[in-house]
Design a binder for this molecule. Structure first.
Ligand SMILES: [Fe+2]
Length: 127
């Protein structure tokens, strides 16, 4: 008779064989939770990161500078939305992730808390 392997052992072997884990695959709860935490933290950082840039749009010294900032804000919003969508495929709603951010349970990259003195400094800081 062959050995009986637990579902956890089979998942571990699947990962160690460098197979691609998809959201609909069975995975340990902790593994799924870690993925959601990492992806949502990245999403939060993208969205929070666009806030200080957006703050400079009305104060940018030229229309060209305003357009650059608008494009950057739009780009970051897109990154955040894409990542929230990816996390949602793992079974956590966007509302829950945003709620965790607003309650302080979820984190984001604190580099975005540093205020810039000029729109140029803000743009350079975000790269
Ligand atoms: Fe981004």
């Amino acid at each position: 008779m062959g050995e009986t392997h637990s579902i956890e052992d089979r998942f571990q072997a699947f990962v160690e064989a460098e197979n691609k884990v998809e959201p609909k695959h069975w995975m340990p709860d902790g593994y799924r939770k870690t993925l959601v935490r990492q992806i949502s933290q990245h999403a939060h950082s993208e969205v929070v990161g666009m806030l200080p840039e957006a703050n400079w749009i009305t104060r940018a010294p030229s229309l060209r500078a305003k357009l650059i900032l608008l494009a950057k804000v739009q780009d970051e919003a897109g990154h955040g939305l894409y990542l929230y969508s990816a996390a949602e495929t793992l079974g956590t709603s966007r509302d829950e992730m945003i709620g965790d951010l607003l309650s302080g349970k979820a984190k984001y990259s604190s580099i975005f808390n540093c205020l810039a003195r000029t729109p140029k400094e803000q743009t350079l800081r975000s790269y």
